[in-house]
Write a protein that binds this ligand. Structure first.
Ligand code: ADP
Ligand code: MG
Length: 699
């Protein structure tokens, strides 16, 4: 057996269990060892029931005395109560609401370990635990392994489908029995300095901690063994980032020239005076473009800070040097809008701008592609269609990715590969906590626009419950009467775009015929053809449409400065980042703008999201809240970030370890103890970590 052995080779894993494990991404022995306990219990000398004190979290080992289901008889309803006792002969009552299913699980005489908060029911005079976690100890599905589950520090695993913590504990233990120790690749000087156990010991002790391990440290994920695994995961990740970064720096690139003529052209193109922040980031970009190596730069700036014009300035530099520019946008509406905008500002200079999206016909696309291949188009703006294989550039010099967070690493790469080491500028409004930025975008240099264009007033955000929708509408009407425009947005329910479109359509009819019969209302959604979308957008821009009812297709990038009201219906269904983006569609001119969040039914998380938005317009604060509320797993939905899920480490919990690991990784790559040691590390990253972290260009 080695790390790559499929789990089906372990005794006790048949096809059904393998399928359950596989669905969680657990396929090989290595995967199973990476599935670490989320909690530990000290069952070495557990308290007796008589020793329990109300208020404490405790583990007891006890026998079921009497179990009964009361209340509703329907499945999963009612209250399930079980009385437990142990050698102390005291009684503990476990209670489970909706516990009907337990009637077939907990039977008289069974021995179980219970973990939960001890409470005292003064009415009945009983010690109780409400919804304790429990583990049946009198099972017979393990042979001679019963000692794994009691009389020691016991690892608790998150159940995998029907595989309980107990089953996972046994399987993991079986792996350790037949797996030879693994080689340790972490540089020796780091192991010495941080006094870390070797890798093999660390893995074993994370799953089965030795008896003298401090339980508090274990449950805080700070035992030496856990620290080592967390550190290691971050270390290799950061080494990968550092390698990628240093490699990118040695590639030959284009040394663009920035002379007076180019400066004149930029001046002639600018429709307004740039802010100081815009000037500063352009200087940073221009300096980078002059270097004879490819630029890899992230332009970060909150929604509405004016990133587009900076991209246009960079484009002028490239075009004046005889190169083409590609701009990738995540939605057709944004691509279309950029198409119109760039056409307008660049035609003054005699440049040709093309738009290429998925909804052109095959023939149209073929014609457009020909223009691009022959170098007759200077700027090509498009959606994913731009990434198709047969889109070839004659001389691509600058690749720009707008709303970068909506694309994966591979897509960025796909665009870049259409040129010979072109300069790359990626733009995003989604700020992320600093530690994360350095990892996620560790291979990029960062420019930040930290200033809004002059005359902007902070957007006022209000929350209405759906029963007060009339008030929201009459406020909207008062803004329209003042000559402003508004958006009304409906959530796209992922399972069914069709239904969302229907809902928006119905709302459109309701608003245009009943609520605002005097006002021109328009409808926008993802199912419209490209021409229709463009026409609707144009009419909204021109003011022919005053209220635009839409699904979230307008979430990013759309820019109509006269729009001052954003109404988000069923706001409880939207994520924080998404609502911040939607809100960013208003407040783009000098007039006071408003965002109205209308909610129907809210749970606690939704309430927190709404509160955050009403309180703050600071993108950094909002993204930090977003990360906290959703947790790193979801925050970094693979596509969003390019940072796939970590196994042992947790970015929220382990931020300080990440900082240490990053410093050590950068130092190791820059000054490896020996050439051989560096080669060994690069090989190890390539074999073990590259695919997982998408560090595709390493080594
Ligand atoms: P984002 O950073 O969200 O992409 P945009 O580039 O769309 O922002 O700019 C938002 C709005 O602000 C646009 O209408 C743009 O024309 C305007 N704008 C940007 N910079 C300035 C400036 N320096 N002065 C005046 N208006 C500006
Ligand atoms: Mg933008």
């Amino acid at each position: 057996m080695d790390l790559t052995t499929p789990l089906t080779y372990i005794k006790g894993v048949g096809p059904a269990r393998a399928a359950m494990l596989g669905a969680k991404g657990l396929v090989t022995v290595e995967d199973l060892l990476g599935y670490v306990p989320f909690r530990y219990e000290d069952r070495s000398n557990v308290k007796t029931i008589a020793q329990l004190a109300p208020g404490e979290m405790a583990t007891v080992i006890a026998e079921v005395r009497a179990a009964k289901l009361s209340g509703f008889r329907r499945r999963n309803l009612g209250l399930f109560e079980a009385r437990f006792t142990d050698a102390s002969r005291a009684i503990l009552v476990g209670k489970w609401f909706h516990g009907g299913y337990l009637a077939n699980v907990l039977g008289d005489g069974m021995k179980v370990a219970l973990y939960g908060k001890v409470e005292f029911d003064s009415y009945a005079g009983d010690l109780t635990m409400l919804h304790p976690e429990f583990e049946i100890l009198s099972g017979d599905d393990d042979d001679g392994e019963a000692s794994l589950h009691v009389g020691r520090l016991v690892p608790i695993y998150e159940a995998v489908s029907k595989l309980t913590t107990r089953v996972l504990r046994v399987l993991t233990h079986r792996v350790f029995e037949s797996l030879p120790p693994e080689e340790d690749f972490l540089p020796q000087y780091l192991r010495d300095r941080l006094k870390m156990p070797d890798r093999w010991t660390a893995i074993r002790q994370t799953h089965f901690p030795p008896p003298d391990t401090d339980l508090r440290l274990l449950n805080a994920f700070r035992s030496p063994a856990q620290f080592r695994l967390i550190f290691e995961e971050f270390f290799w990740l950061e080494c990968g980032v550092a390698l990628k970064r240093s490699k990118a720096r040695t590639l030959p690139g284009i040394a663009f020239e920035l002379n007076d003529r180019v400066r004149e052209q930029i001046k002639a193109m600018l429709p307004f005076k740039p802010t100081d922040a815009q000037k500063r980031v352009l200087r940073e970009i221009a300096e980078d473009m002059k270097e004879p190596r490819p630029m890899n730069r992230l332009l970060q700036g909150d929604v509405g800070s004016g990133k587009t014009i900076v991209a246009a300035e960079a484009a002028v530099i490239a075009i004046e040097n005889g190169y083409q520019v590609a701009i990738l946008a995540p939605t057709e509406i944004l691509a279309t809008q950029h198409g119109l905008y760039f056409k307008q500002i660049l035609s003054k200079l005699g440049y040709v701008t093309l738009l290429l999206t998925g909804s052109f016909t095959g023939r149209e696309k073929a014609q457009l592609k020909k223009l691009v291949a022959e170098g007759l188009a200077h700027v090509v703006i498009g959606t994913h269609a731009l990434l198709e294989k047969d889109v070839e550039f004659k001389r691509l010099g600058l690749a720009i990715v707008d709303e970068q967070h909506r694309f994966g690493v591979l897509q960025r790469l796909g665009l870049v590969q259409k040129g010979v080491h072109p300069d790359v500028l990626v733009m995003t409004a989604t700020p992320i906590p600093r530690t994360l930025a350095m990892t996620l975008y560790g291979d990029l240099d960062v420019s930040i626009i930290d200033q809004l264009p002059p005359g902007r007033k902070p957007i006022k955000t209000k929350h209405y419950t759906a029963d007060r929708i009339e008030q929201a509408y009459s406020f909207l009407k008062s803004q329209i009467d003042e000559g402003r425009q508004a958006y009304v947005v409906y959530p796209v329910i992922e399972e069914s775009e069709t239904q969302a479109v229907k809902a928006a359509q119905k709302m459109y009819e309701h608003l245009s015929q009943e609520v605002f019969p005097q006002i021109p209302v328009g409808l926008m959604h993802g199912r419209l053809g490209a021409d229709e979308k463009e026409a609707v957008m144009q009419r909204f821009k021109d003011g022919a449409i005053q209220i635009l009812v839409s699904t979230t297709v307008i979430e990013v990038g759309v820019d109509v400065p006269n729009a001052t009201v954003m109404v988000v219906e069923q706001a409880e269904r939207f994520g924080l980042a998404q609502m911040h983006q939607l809100r960013g569609r208003v407040g783009r001119g000098a007039a006071q703008s408003y965002c109205i969040l209308v909610t129907e039914k809210m749970n606690d998380a939704a309430r927190e999201r709404i509160r955050t938005l009403v309180e703050s317009t600071d993108g950094f604060y909002i993204s930090e809240m977003d990360l906290k509320l959703r947790g790193p797993g979801e925050f970094f939905g693979t596509k969003q970030s390019g940072l796939p899920s970590l196994r042992v480490a947790n970015i929220l919990r382990d931020g300080e370890i990440l900082d240490v690991a990053r410093r050590d990784a950068v130092d190791f790559i820059a000054h490896p103890p020996s050439e051989a040691e560096l080669r060994r590390a690069v090989g190890y990253i390539r074999d073990h970590w590259q695919r997982r972290y998408g560090l595709v260009t390493v080594g």
